[in-house]
Each structure stands twice: as structure tokens, then as C-alpha cells.
Design a protein around this ligand. Structure first.
Ligand code: PLP
Length: 405
């Protein structure tokens, strides 16, 4: 073996996107550069008084609807018998039907026999990854994305490659650049009202990604948990590419995060491995929680809860535009849960996060969502988490004063 052979081999691997070279950093294997940073709210510290770093469900409409559902479930004779034995891992026929109803209400048509009930979207995401990938495989992920994908990938020994995004979401030509890497098996997307930016991927990009995934035989993991809030009706990836799309959803961001009930819609050929994934993790979702969610969905009260939340989010978005509008992209959708505030370069997001924490406001800095070497300097705020309008306004004024000081 001589230098020319080695040079040729490195060029071969570079052309296929398996390695990349960066001046001053040497040659690295792509998909291994996971820089996990724990989300700030997991640090052992006192939680801020106005904690906008996580989703919280406020409001009387939610309290009334859920307490009525709990009372009905507790008073129902079938509840006790459902606890006497194990249920099918994917949920009983009745229960999978509620998954189908939930998805249909957001414009996604999937038959109940292609839906599994999970313990939240994070669990559904974990099962989808575990069912389709093996250690060392790589997932293409938007370079700014929900941090839960990092922890799931780390536990499963998967690599992530952060794909560049612009104001409208993931860039298709950038996916194409990595799609031929033989270790890449899947693309992870949050196409609707994404976390952390509340951006919705336009139709042309959705179609182009479906076509590209099909051409390169890649799976798509579509994390669409914010979809029920969307005011724009776009086809989901599972509709555009049903052959290999796993569609993840839950009630966590629309009803409340404490109701641990998620839905995983999957292509029928993966049924057996999805069942194994469910059995290997929780065996079955908690029947009590699922019954409460079932009551809320079948009884129709979820529609009022969705409308109530949409109104709150849009109202708070208007206040945000008024107070910190200079630092919010016009692509950040008003009905989205997340507000993404881009800071001027001289104010570092992690320092601002610390300052706000000392002032009693919890936010998350952009570094938590970054995958790969993308540079961002922003804060994510969950708009619905302030207990009232005055505390929402106070948090925004605090940011504005600090930026303008
Ligand atoms: C995009 C995304 N997917 C999944 C989850 C996890 O949702 P769940 O609480 O249903 O597990 C979150 C929570 O923040 C999220 O933002």
C-alpha cells in the first residue's frame, strides 16, 4: 500500500459522504460527531418561576375536560377489567381506532391496523428507530432539531448527520449530498410547526424529499406531533411516501405532556419488528392514561382543547411580534408552540439563558438543538407555558431590555 492508494481511498470515502475533511480538524467519519448536551431543564437546579423551557398546559378548559374524562373512566366498569390482564402491545382494536381518529382529525389517513399506541411521541420515535436501524447506522437530521432525537440515537448507537436548514426548514439538496452515504438509512423530519422554530416545511420540499427517499431506499421518520395545531393543510410524509414512512404523533403538545399517549403509524411490512420494539420497551402503553385520552378523543372534547390552545398561542405570538418582533423570523408560525428568538451576535444565547434564569424565566439556548457544526445564536420559548398573559409579557420585556441595553 502506498500514499496514492490511501489518498484514493480517502477521496472515495469523501465522495460518498462517509468521511469529511475540515482544515485544522483532520478527516472525520461522518455521523459520529454527536455532541450531546443535556437539555437545561434536566439540570439539578431550582426551576424558574416562569418556566418557558418546557411545554405546560394552562387554562380552565383543559382542567375541566380532563377531570370530566377521568371521572367517566374511573366510573366505567370496563376500566377495572382492562387492568386485570395484559393488552395487545399495539393496543386493542378499539384503542388503535382512537389513533386513527386522532390522525384523521389532523388530515392524516391511516388504518387502525397500521397504528401502534405508544407511551408518548418520544417512545414512538425510539421504537421507530430501533425497529429500522442497527448500531452504526446513520440518520439524517435537520441541523436544528428537537433534542430528543439525540438521546434516542445515543442509546441505540446510531450516528446523526446534521443537514443544513434555511428559514423554511431542511434543504433538499443538502439531504441529497448525504443520501448516498451507505451508512445512512433514514431521514428524521419535523415537517409541521417544528421544534424549536415553529417552521412548516413547504409542499415542494415534502414532495422532493419523498422522491429522494424513494430513489435512495431510505426510511422517513416523520415526527408530526404539532400537526393538530397547524392552520396550513399540507400532505404528511406518510401520505406522500407510505412505503417507508413512520409517522410519530402524541397528545403531549396539544392536550398535555403528562398524558403519556403517543401513536406510531408504520408501513405494514414492519409490523412484527414494531411489535417487538413495543414489547421490549413498555410491553403496552398504560391502559388508564389511554382510556382517559380515548374518552377525550371519542367524546370530541379534544377539538375544543385544540382550538383553545391555538387561540392562546396566536394571541401570545401577536404580543411577541409587538415586543421582540425584530428578532423573530416571519417563517415562525403564529399557531406554533415554540417561539424562536434570534439574538444579535454580541449577546450569547447561553449567557442570556443564565441571565433570564436568575431573573426567574426559563428558556432553552439554541446549542441544545444543534446537530453538527451549525452556528445558531437563539432562544426557544414555549409560548403556552406562562401561567398568564402578564407573565408572558414580562418575559418578553426582560429579553427586549437585555438585548437593547
Ligand atoms: C418534535 C418532538 N417530538 C417528540 C417530543 C416528545 O413528545 P412526548 O411528550 O409525546 O414524548 C417532543 C417534545 O418536546 C417534540 O418537540
Amino acid at each position: 500500500m502506498n500514499v496514492t492508494t490511501v489518498t484514493k481511498a480517502v477521496r472515495f470515502l469523501k465522495d460518498r459522504g462517509v468521511v469529511s475533511a475540515k482544515a485544522g480538524h483532520g478527516t472525520i467519519v461522518r455521523g459520529k460527531e454527536l455532541d450531546h448536551m443535556p437539555p437545561v431543564y434536566e439540570r439539578l437546579r431550582t426551576l424558574p418561576r416562569n418556566d418557558l423551557s418546557v411545554v405546560k398546559r394552562q387554562g380552565a378548559v383543559f382542567g375541566e375536560a380532563v377531570s370530566a374524562a377521568i371521572k367517566r373512566v374511573v366510573g366505567n366498569a370496563g376500566t377495572i377489567s382492562s387492568l386485570r390482564e395484559y393488552q395487545p402491545s399495539a393496543g386493542s382494536t378499539d384503542v388503535r381506532q382512537i389513533g386513527s381518529l386522532w390522525l384523521a382529525a389532523a388530515g392524516v389517513k391511516v388504518a387502525p391496523d397500521q397504528i401502534a399506541i405508544a407511551s408518548g411521541a418520544q417512545h414512538a420515535l425510539f421504537v421507530a428507530l430501533a425497529a429500522t436501524m442497527k448500531p452504526g447506522d446513520v440518520v439524517l437530521v435537520p441541523s436544528i432539531a428537537y433534542q430528543g432525537i439525540k438521546s434516542a440515537a445515543q442509546m441505540l448507537g446510531l450516528g446523526l448527520i446534521g443537514v443544513d436548514v434555511d428559514d423554511e426548514g431542511i434543504i433538499v439538496s443538502e439531504i441529497e449530498r448525504h443520501a448516498h452515504n451507505p451508512r445512512v438509512r433514514s431521514i428524521y423530519l419535523i415537517p409541521t410547526l417544528d421544534n424549536p422554530r415553529s417552521v412548516t416545511l413547504p409542499l415542494e420540499r415534502r414532495k422532493a424529499i419523498a422522491e429522494l427517499a424513494d430513489r435512495c431506499s431510505l426510511n422517513i421518520i416523520e415526527d408530526d406531533i404539532y400537526r393538530p395545531l397547524s392552520l396550513i393543510d399540507l400532505p404528511s410524509m406518510i401520505e406522500l411516501y407510505p412505503e417507508r414512512t413512520f409517522h410519530v404523533s402524541s397528545v403531549g403538545k396539544v392536550l398535555a405532556p403528562g398524558l403519556r399517549c403517543g401513536f406510531l403509524a408504520y408501513p405494514a411490512v414492519f409490523r412484527e419488528i414494531v411489535m417487538q420494539g413495543l414489547r421490549a420497551t413498555v410491553w403496552m402503553a398504560d391502559p388508564l392514561t389511554v382510556s382517559v385520552v380515548q374518552d377525550i378523543i371519542v367524546g370530541g372534547s379534544f377539538r375544543d382543547l385544540v382550538t383553545d390552545l391555538q387561540e392562546l398561542l396566536m394571541k401570545r405570538h401577536r404580543v411577541a411580534i409587538e415586543l421582540v418582533g425584530n428578532w423573530i423570523s416571519r417563517h415562525c408560525r403564529p399557531e406554533g408552540n415554540c417561539l424562536w428568538v434570534s439574538l444579535p451576535a454580541e449577546i450569547k444565547a447561553h449567557e442570556m439563558t443564565e441571565y433570564l434564569r436568575m431573573e426567574g424565566v426559563g428558556v432553552v439556548p439554541s446549542s441544545v438543538f444543534t446537530i453538527g457544526s451549525a452556528q445558531n445564536n437563539a432562544l426557544r420559548l414555549y409560548k403556552g407555558s406562562s401561567t398568564d398573559e402578564a407573565s408572558w409579557k414580562d418575559a418578553l420585556l426582560l429579553i427586549r431590555r437585555a438585548v437593547e441595553a
